[in-house]
Design a binder for this molecule. Structure first.
Ligand code: MN
Length: 498
């Protein structure tokens, strides 16, 4: 999938007119070279656009407002090549509303020991000018990403690339529209939340429809279109019939194919990017959407089960952040289900009733038709698989009544020791950092949910930066987490985020 637009990032270099035209020509030349090389690096997911050097209050203000107004601009990267008196940045920064990066770099990598003189120092003083600029951004309390190091370093370019993806999450968040079929599950606490506050904080539009509005779309799908999609399923996935009647099996699969086409048409016609279902509120749907939802998630739609709109929006947002990423390993809704508590092999088996995104799958993906232990519908068809290994992030956005908190857990995904032939769902298995006992204790202390928005393709830092840009609290559970410190962090956050 692709992000919503062909986004670009503006590169704005700061200076002033004190140094004369010759120096300013050099400043412009240097920043052009940096931009060209950043674009040539192949590391950045989005293009960097060079902007004329910012030397006056008026120009800075105008440029930031142009960035606000340009729909393809997803953020501004700033860098002070020379000294740029920071009062001239106040009005522009005050009016700027998009993600901001401060690339604290310098044109030359090494001190030119033999030739350095005062002219060189005056022309190349980002160590000096970037501090003046940084001061005013901090004084104004503006959220920004600071990346330090020579612009040619792969590590610096990687961080810039990661920040760009976070910025896409920030920009795209305010375009996310979630379609709820039914309310969230009765009596469940953690899937509740303040939808008005979510729109204020994240820009999410969270609407509600009767599930039978969807049924009309599903019923309207032609048999020919349904059959064609069933054939696609049969060519793409392994049919695991487990002795069921083959015609009956295929009819069950066809119900999901019809749902996939009908649901997608509903989402496209009504401009939604994320969907929420509830197994207890299926109206005229013959099966709980399983395979159909799994396929839609793979196409880039967000999903939350049992009415969980926070997870649906987060999955959509994280899919946009990782859109087009090379060798992406996948992003999905997950649910903490069952533990393996054997010492040295501890982990949490992740699954859901049906709805795990096949983007996380490794190896063969099969289709099974099995009874659902809940609800009163036909046995739904679903995709079954196991997931990739390696580091990933599991996140939970919760509503604490007076604020949102994003809980971010670094997890290590593994293969389970043995196959689980009787388990008819897509699964993942991970050990939370720093270890199962500490990770699970911290998660529960923080109030983390059983549903998570999960990705192999995002880092803890990207999720922290996203939360900061949204103005909400985030807490991290990773290799450095100690329960005593974590409890204090929660206490201090309660004071800081009143
Ligand atoms: Mn659930």
């Amino acid at each position: 999938m692709k992000a919503g637009k062909d986004y670009k990032f503006w590169f704005c270099t700061g200076s002033q007119d004190l140094y004369g035209d010759e120096c300013l020509a050099k400043v412009a030349e240097h920043s052009r070279i940096i931009v060209e090389n950043l674009n040539k690096s192949g590391v950045l997911p989005y293009e960097v656009v060079w902007k004329p050097t910012l030397i006056t209050n008026e120009l800075i203000r105008r440029t930031f407002n142009e960035a606000n107004g340009d729909e393809t601009c997803a953020g501004v990267i700033t860098w002070m090549h020379t000294f740029s008196p920071a009062k001239s940045w106040i009005l522009g920064l005050q009016e700027y509303r998009k993600p901001l990066c401060h690339l604290h770099t310098q044109f030359n990598e090494e001190l030119p020991y033999d030739s350095i003189d005062m002219d060189f120092m005056n022309e190349n003083q980002s160590a000096h000018g970037d501090r003046e600029y940084g001061h005013i951004v901090s004084r104004m309390g503006i959220e920004r990403k600071i990346i330090v190091g020579h612009w040619s370093f792969p590590a610096v370019q990687e961080r810039l690339a990661e920040w760009m993806r976070t910025a896409i999450g920030v920009i795209e968040s305010s375009h996310i529209r979630v379609c709820r079929f039914g309310d969230n599950m009765n009596n469940v606490a953690v899937t509740e939340g303040d939808k008005v506050e979510a729109q204020i904080k994240f820009g999410w539009e969270i609407d509600h429809y009767c599930v039978n509005d969807l049924v009309e779309y599903v019923d309207a799908v032609s048999k020919a279109d349904t059959d064609a999609l069933v054939e696609e399923y049969y060519s793409q996935y392994k049919i695991i019939d487990e002795g069921r009647d083959l015609d009956e099996f295929k009819k069950h699969v066809a119900v999901q194919a019809q749902q996939e086409i009908g649901m997608e048409k509903f989402l496209v016609d009504n401009n939604y990017h994320a969907i929420v279902t509830h197994f207890g509120m299926l109206g005229g749907l013959k099966q709980l959407p399983g395979l159909s939802i799994q396929r839609l998630m793979e196409k880039g739609y967000g999903f939350g089960a049992e009415g969980d709109w926070k997870v649906a929006a987060m999955v959509r947002m994280m899919k946009l952040m990782t859109a087009g990423k090379k060798d992406a390993k996948g992003t999905s809704m997950m649910e903490d289900y069952t533990y393996n508590l054997v010492p040295g092999k501890e982990g949490i088996l992740q699954a859901h009733m049906l709805e795990v995104c096949p983007s996380v799958a490794e190896g063969e993906i099969g289709i099974k038709v099995c009874p659902l232990s809940m609800g009163n519908r036909e046995d739904p068809a679903r995709l079954v698989f196991t997931s990739k290994t390696g580091p990933a992030v599991a996140t939970s956005l919760i509503d604490l009544g007076n604020r949102f908190r994003l809980i971010i857990n670094a997890v290590d995904c593994k293969k389970v020791e043995k196959p689980m032939p009787k388990l008819p769902v897509g699964t993942a298995f991970w050990t939370p950092q720093p270890d199962l006992a500490t990770g699970a204790e911290a998660w529960i202390l923080a109030g983390g949910a059983h549903h998570t928005a999960f990705s192999y393709d995002l880092t803890v830092d990207q999720m922290i930066d996203w939360a900061a840009a949204m103005g909400i609290e985030s807490v991290v559970i990773d290799k450095d987490t100690r329960i005593r410190d974590f409890k204090n962090e929660l206490r201090w956050n309660a004071a800081a985020y009143r």
